[in-house]
Design a protein around this ligand. Structure first.
Ligand SMILES: NC(=O)c1ccc[n+]([C@@H]2O[C@H](COP(=O)([O-])OP(=O)(O)OC[C@H]3O[C@@H](n4cnc5c(N)ncnc54)[C@H](OP(=O)(O)O)[C@@H]3O)[C@@H](O)[C@H]2O)c1
Length: 225
């Protein structure tokens, strides 16, 4: 992986120098509590590939950044649409799944460390693995706060676009990790959403770093407030 820009790197940066996992981990580390989004997109802005999942548009370099962001996280926050599409199961990091429904999607049921954050209207009962965080819709500030109290300050949202747009609109997002992989998929926005979908937002960001490998660009941006 080549480092192109890293103004906030905790080590001396030579633009164009090769970096390994230790430096990549240092670039994604944070001492402050954080809600970070992580997405991969094609060069034409699609958040999924021809098969409707992101596995067909990612790359080895994207996997490296994805793994580093997971290592930096205390808890993952994921929308139920992504869990259904990508068949999420248990991971080394606890996962909170946001849904209106009373049960986790099938792939996540019974998975250790997976919590369902849902609504009172769902009819679900509150317990250790089921958090009621709103009446008709999950209040995202509440679920983020509960996730922090239960698991720790660094929250990584791995999508999808519907959840991510609401988090940004609610002012809850601090950083965006985004990989552009060298693919084009065309098609319609309905079939291939962008990384934020459904809610209008108006947000500016500053670049913290930009890395490159085999045509994949990995960026990290900070929301300016
Ligand atoms: N490129 C990437 O990095 C990336 C990352 C993630 C996902 N994706 C792709 O994105 C697509 C899925 O998109 P998506 O927008 O459907 O994903 P999503 O945001 O993960 O899921 C939307 C679902 O999350 C639940 N939800 C979201 N906000 C809620 C709220 N405030 N209260 C209660 N429930 C809420 C609802 O689930 P219920 O229907 O259960 O109520 C809603 O239908 C897939 O193609 C996936 O592969 C791509």
């Amino acid at each position: 992986m080549r480092i192109l820009i890293a103004d906030n790197a905790p080590f001396d940066v030579q633009s164009g120098a090769t970096v390994g996992d230790a430096e990549i981990d240092a670039l994604y580390a944070s001492t402050d509590p954080l809600l970070r989004l992580n997405f991969v997109a094609t060069l034409d802005g699609a958040a999924n590939g021809p098969d409707g999942v992101s596995g067909s548009i990612n790359s080895d370099a994207d996997h490296q950044g994805f793994a580093a962001m997971r290592r930096a996280a205390d808890v993952l926050l994921v929308g139920a649409g992504t869990v259904r599409a990508e068949e999420y199961g248990a991971a080394a990091t606890p996962i909170v799944v946001v849904s209106h429904r009373p049960q986790l999607p099938p792939s996540a049921r019974g998975g250790e460390g997976i919590v369902l954050a849902t609504t009172r209207a769902s009819g679900a009962q509150e317990d250790e693995g089921t958090w009621l965080c709103g009446e008709d819709t999950v209040d995202l500030a509440t679920v983020v706060e509960r996730a922090r109290q239960a698991f720790g300050p660094h929250v990584l949202c791995e999508g999808g676009p519907t959840l991510a747009a609401q988090l940004v609109a609610a002012g809850l997002v601090d950083e965006l990790g985004l990989s552009w992989t060298p693919h084009l998929v065309g098609g319609s926005r309905g079939a291939h959403p962008r990384i934020l979908d459904g809610v209008d937002v108006e947000v500016d960001l500053t670049c913290r770093h930009l890395l490159e490998e085999d045509g994949t660009l990995l960026g990290l941006w900070r929301v300016t407030r």
